[in-house]
Design a protein around this ligand. Structure first.
Ligand SMILES: Nc1ncnc2c1ncn2[C@@H]1O[C@H](COP(=O)(O)OP(=O)(O)OP(=O)(O)O)[C@@H](O)[C@H]1O
Length: 627
């Protein structure tokens, strides 16, 4: 870019607009022999202006085309046009610039746009001085952000001025030769320079440790680098600037942050926010787990503690789990906990109950079916549970009730993950984790040939047995409280309490239906009991016929425990002593069975060892060494 100097001394009437014919004329309309002028920013020589170079209209074809797009208009102090070049020679454009200026000068604007006769915007830069006002006009030749910006934003000049003078983002501009063309005032002050004193000098002479010369050479941005200047460190960004033809024409350097400390503060703020996000993520995941995680499994007896430990260990491993245990012991609850504590927790847990389905439907329910494979089938076919569980877990309840022909297919999908829909030939895949449950005796079924041994091995990668409620009677208070609370929540009532006698009564039962039966029994008492505290009589024991007890014991082949003495009792006041007797009887039997090994006795009876010691002392057993 060549700087051209012009002086407008004798304003002529508009009709005698002069053309510049200087050999190196910039395209301005000043008369030949114009005197040098200074920058309007410094304002030191009021009559001087610096203009972008433009050639006269009668030079090369290239220059002519430039003059079709640019021009200069000079107005005298009286507002009359005294000189023009390029597009400003067109009276219509010159008039529009003149009247546009009347409007924007009130608002002290230096930049505005007018419309050319062809409809394109013409951006006008105003260079005022005391005895002339010079307008540099540029018509856009293509879609250009600057033209769009100036055309659309009538305070564009203010925004550009802000960028150029913003004290927080000191700016330096160099040209292709790394010569400084602009420095923002704050930058000049920082280097102790008079306004404009750095302009025209090589960047490395003016700006300590400058790398703008490198950027203009390499064309590569440098962002967020530290820059030492005059004993302080700043974080800076340097960018190469290209023209519309992609040629490197300049580079700008800008302060991003006052110093690394500011960046450091920002980065610690980001780290703080990141750790907060991580915290809330964990909380969310805990909340999700809680909705079906271990917290739902009430009980802190030894047996429950052991069960929870097993679940926590097994859950993260992608192995099939078989949950065994009597009905109502919480197998489904345990399956949910395993899923929620596994890496598949964000996938779904699909449930299927082989015993609840007619044998004819088990296969299609599990594997799905293709369109029109049987009467009543959905037209488009349907995904089976195995397909639905892809990416998640499949809870296969009552797996022991799986029909023989389905067992073969189940075995295959467990072996290689492939299966076919009913009525289809395509081999499909599903990646699921199997959690199955059953209260059946697999040993017997395998011996009878009703359950495949190979399938048993596949489903039972890990087998977890859920303890019967009678093995953990000390959990009954917590479970009963839970039942009362759930009942109260469901019905919007205040939760009732159980009296001590009522608790003792509950703990004396055998609960063949386990937790489910206990929960129902407690709920029933909450419904029929009159007061806020549930008493033994609220369970209906007194009026019950013999055999119609609170929790009828179920004879079991492996279970040699005697039926509780209070079964069918008609004397509620004797309950507590009856419980004591039963307890002593059980403890004696277990002590005999395990040769006095208290650890095993406590485990067998589902009571803590400290409680066992206490009871043994009351029963007159000597303080024997712990076995
Ligand atoms: N440890 C426990 N804490 C709280 N509620 C429990 C617990 N164990 C079981 N329950 C409750 O008892 C009822 C039966 O539990 P679940 O259905 O999980 O048992 P299950 O062993 O799968 O029974 P089934 O073999 O009959 O299907 C449910 O209402 C369940 O919420």
């Amino acid at each position: 870019m060549v700087l051209c100097k012009l002086r407008a001394t004798s304003p002529d009437p508009p009709e005698t607009v002069k053309r510049c014919d200087s050999a190196r004329f910039c395209g301005c309309a000043g008369p030949p022999g114009a005197e040098p002028v200074s920058s309007p920013r410094t304002g030191q020589h009021s009559t001087e202006v610096s203009l972008p170079s433009m050639e006269t209209q009668d030079t090369s074809a290239k220059d002519t085309s430039l003059n079709d797009l640019r021009g200069v208009l000079v107005l005298g102090p009286d507002g009359k046009q005294v000189a023009a070049s390029g597009i400003a020679l067109q009276p219509e454009i010159a008039n529009r610039i003149t009247s546009g200026w009347q409007d924007v000068r009130r608002r002290q604007r230096r930049l505005f746009s007018v419309e050319a006769p062809d409809g394109d915007p013409v951006v006008v830069v105003v260079l005022p001085s005391s005895d002339a006002t010079v307008f540099v006009a540029m018509e856009r030749d293509s879609r250009d952000a600057l033209f769009e910006f100036v055309g659309a934003v009538d305070f564009a000049g203010d925004i550009l001025a802000h960028f150029l003078t913003n004290p927080f983002e000191a700016l330096a501009v160099v040209d292709r030769d790394a010569i400084i063309r602009y420095m923002s005032p704050v930058h000049e002050r920082f280097f102790g320079l008079r306004p404009g004193a750095g302009v025209g000098r090589h960047t490395t002479e003016v700006i300590e440790n400058s790398r703008l010369d490198r950027v203009v050479e390499t064309g590569k941005s440098e962002i967020g680098l530290l820059h030492e200047m005059r004993g302080v460190t700043r974080v800076v960004a340097r960018h190469p600037i290209r023209n519309s033809r992609g040629e490197l024409v300049a580079a700008i350097g800008q302060i991003m942050f006052k110093g690394p400390e500011q960046l450091q503060a920002l980065s610690s703020e980001v780290s703080k926010l990141k750790s907060e996000v991580a915290f809330y993520r964990r909380e969310l995941s805990d909340l999700r787990n809680r909705s079906y995680g271990l917290d739902q499994m009430v009980g802190d007896s030894l047996a429950m503690q052991r069960l929870k430990q097993q679940i926590v260990k097994v859950a993260p491993l992608d192995v099939p789990v078989l949950l065994t245990g009597e009905s109502g012991t919480g197998k489904e609850l345990a399956a949910h906990a395993i899923h929620k504590l596994s890496p598949r927790r964000d996938g779904t847990m699909v449930m299927v109950n082989a015993a609840a389905l007619p044998a004819t439907l088990v296969e299609s329910e599990l594997f799905g079916y293709e369109a029109g494979s049987f009467t009543g089938a959905e037209r488009k076919g349907r995904k089976g549970k195995i397909e639905q569980a892809d990416g998640g877990s499949l809870f296969f309840d009552e797996v022991g009730d799986t029909p023989a022909e389905v067992q073969v297919k189940l075995l295959r999908v467990l072996q290689d993950g492939t299966f076919q829909r009913v009525g289809g030939n395509d081999l499909r895949r599903s990646n699921f984790r199997l959690i199955s449950a059953s209260n059946r005796n697999f040993e017997a079924m395998i011996a009878e040939g009703t359950f495949r041994l190979d399938l048993f091995y596949r489903i039972g990668g890990v087998t977890i047995r859920l303890p019967a409620l009678r093995e953990r009677l000390e959990d009954i208070p917590l479970l009963a409280d839970l039942a009362l609370k759930q009942f109260a929540d469901r019905h919007g009532q205040r939760a009732k309490k159980l009296s001590d006698d009522a608790l003792v009564l509950l703990q004396s039962q055998r609960w063949p239906g386990n937790v489910r039966q206990l929960m129902h029994t407690v709920e029933r008492a909450a419904i029929f009991g009159e007061g806020d505290v549930i008493e033994p009589s609220d369970f209906g024991i007194i009026d019950a016929e013999p055999g119609d007890t609170l929790a009828t014991p179920v004879p079991q082949a492996t279970d040699s425990l005697p039926a509780p003495l209070i079964s069918g009792a008609r004397q509620p006041m004797l309950v507590s002593s009856a419980v004591e007797q039963v307890e002593e009887q059980l403890i004696r039997q277990a002590m005999a069975k395990f040769n006095g090994n208290k650890k095993r006795v406590a485990a067998e009876l589902g009571i803590s060892r400290s409680y066992l010691y206490k009871r043994l002392a009351q029963m007159g057993f000597g303080a024997e060494a712990e076995t």
